[in-house]
Design a protein around this ligand. Structure first.
Ligand code: HEM
Length: 233
């Protein structure tokens, strides 16, 4: 491997993971009160509703697709009888649909942030780094699925996926990425940069999903006086 290959496929992932882990601890300890999505719902609701729903539903599908395609070895899907062709078409149709929803949501959210003065005024410096990285990662991901999947029929489960897993087993197989098509190389590289800045942006809110809401006791709200009396009667 050349020095550039070693940098991109071995060093960058570990620098990123260090920034991701240490950055989150630092942010939580130093700046716990800013650990939020900094919602702008009070300033504008209509576009937020559409954009946020599309984005978050889309990202759930895309995460599911990444777990299936990147984290789960193809030997496992083979073992339960999922043929290569079936996997390929599910990845394109379901992954593509989730990606389109995610892209539309991201476009609406960014449009809203740029075009509505009040929202633009709440935009942080970190947003100017995070949003472009997010948009480019999504765009390149879509190119991987539609160009890599339909035109080239590139089997990333033989290269990108085992390389990604090898990083976490501390035996990085950078050589698997050397000959991967450029869109895949670019997609994962920009994704690493996104992960590196993640702890310093509003994306930290991802780790504060209010799952407790599902199990907590209901909160009783007081109705208006008249309404309460009517209800009691
Ligand atoms: C380093 C981590 C990542 C790796 C190794 C990776 C790898 C891949 C691969 C191989 C594909 C093609 C999937 C297919 O054609 O079936 C893909 C697609 C995609 N990726 Fe990533 N990705 C990573 C991170 C991200 C991140 C952080 C985002 C967005 C926030 C993202 C968004 C997408 C989208 C939108 C698609 C197209 C739709 C889909 O297939 O679900 N990826 N990614």
């Amino acid at each position: 491997m050349s020095r550039a290959d070693t940098f991109f496929w071995v060093l960058l992932p570990y620098v990123t993971l260090t920034s991701f882990v240490v950055g989150h601890v630092w942010r939580y300890r130093r700046d716990g009160f800013t650990w939020t999505a900094r919602s702008t719902q009070l300033l504008e609701r209509r576009l937020l509703l559409v954009g946020s729903y599309a984005f978050h539903l889309g990202i759930l599908g895309v995460i599911g697709g990444h777990i299936l395609g990147i984290l789960i070895p193809n030997g496992w899907t083979d073992a339960i009888g999922v043929s290569h062709d079936l996997y390929h078409w599910v990845a394109i149709v379901a992954g593509g649909a989730a990606g389109v929803l995610l892209s539309l949501g991201a476009i609406v959210l960014v449009y809203r942030r740029l075009k509505i003065d009040r929202i633009r005024a709440t935009t942080l410096r970190s947003d100017w780094v995070m949003y472009p990285l997010l948009l480019v990662t999504i765009l390149l991901g879509m190119l991987c699925t539609f160009v890599g999947g339909l035109v080239d029929e590139y089997d990333y489960r033989e290269t990108v996926s085992p390389w990604f897993r090898s990083i976490f087993t501390l035996q990085p197989k950078g050589n698997l990425m050397v000959d991967a098509p450029f869109v895949y190389q670019a997609h994962v590289t920009i994704a690493w940069l996104l992960y590196a800045v993640w702890p310093f942006t509003r994306l930290v809110h991802v780790w504060s999903v209010p799952v407790g809401y599902l199990a907590r006791s209901p909160i009783v709200y007081r109705a208006k006086r008249g309404a309460t009396r009517t209800a009691l009667r």
